[in-house]
Design a protein. Sequence first.
Length: 419
Amino acid sequence: MNLVYADEQGNLYDHPDWIGLGRSGDVVVEIMDEELIPLPEGATLVGLPGTRPVGINSRTGEMEVLPGSYQAVGALLPQGYTRLNLPGYVKADKNAVLPLFGYTSVVWKDGGFHVAAERSDDPERWNPLNCDAKELNVKVEELLAKYPDNRLYKHLSNCALGYECLTASNTFLQRWEGAVPVSYSCNAGCFGCISEQPEDSAFPAPQTRMNFKPTVDEVVEIMLEQLKTPDAIISFGQGCEGEPSTQARIIVEAMKRVREQTSMGYININTNAGLTDFMRAIVDAGLDLMRVSTISALDDHYNAYYKPRGYTLKNVEKSLRYAADQGVYTSINYLIFPGVTDREEEMEAMIEFVRRTDLKLIQMRNLNIDPEAYLNLIPKARGEIYGMKQMLEIFREELPGVVIGSYTHVPPSRLARQR
């Protein structure tokens, strides 16, 4: 498996005399054959600025930094794939911070690029190649013309066309899971927030957060346009906004008005679930699906990353438990990172958390973060580190009734009844 690297102009190379390596946390590791799959369709290869590639020099048998002005290369995976290792690299400048992406190790093998990853869900719906740019432009123009005063459609048009957000694009294509952002504020200060960072942050947010409070009418218009088929999903809570439950009154009123007009499809919320009373009100208004973002079931790790304001991990657990008891199909948006998520203490805590909350689905999501910045933020490992592939096997064995996936699912029994 040849080392893959890039020059300063972004040209890619593989070195036949160097073996590619990966990283687990801050430890450079060998990549096992069973960890590799061909580069998935829709993946992107990127250079890691300010880094130097690390591999095994087959002539010396030693782990070395590749000589010359080259940078390490990583893969950005589409939804449906879980990374097992980070790219093998060292930083040329220890103070440099990588952009907020989820980098996966990549090598050249058998005449093609391979990545250390595992397919954890059906990638077809979230393959960016299935979003036709010409069709999207037409649909954006149609809905903007139909609702010229709806600020949410204008905001989402930038998300779809500017940021190429697939959830926003689905809102205009009126398929699968669509977005309806509602909040410009948040009750957490996530270290890796992609829509808002402090002015002195080392890495800028790659997206712009919405800056207005939508009306109930604006929200209802988007929901009714999306909920026209049995498997359609409309989701509160997107990367371009804050915490949706801070606008619980808007959400509850919109849900009630929509359900008076149609029972079609599913209403979902992507949330940190810290505002338990607000979450109960949203559940009681007829919520179908709830996806809760979390990075750990350990308080010190969770608090270091999310920096919660006025809530604790216990509130998150209460919200999930209440939703499950009311028949909501619950899941977690589990932000995972090789060398951290697969720690012994992390796995034990999360497995018990899933059991206590009666969770139905774990969405394994590759954390977009600079590795050094993240590792310096969180507690050090206290137990054995198992490796991501074994971690996935342990979760499947210990939680046989829980779906291990990558994105939002719907309860199969209800979908069958609707059809």
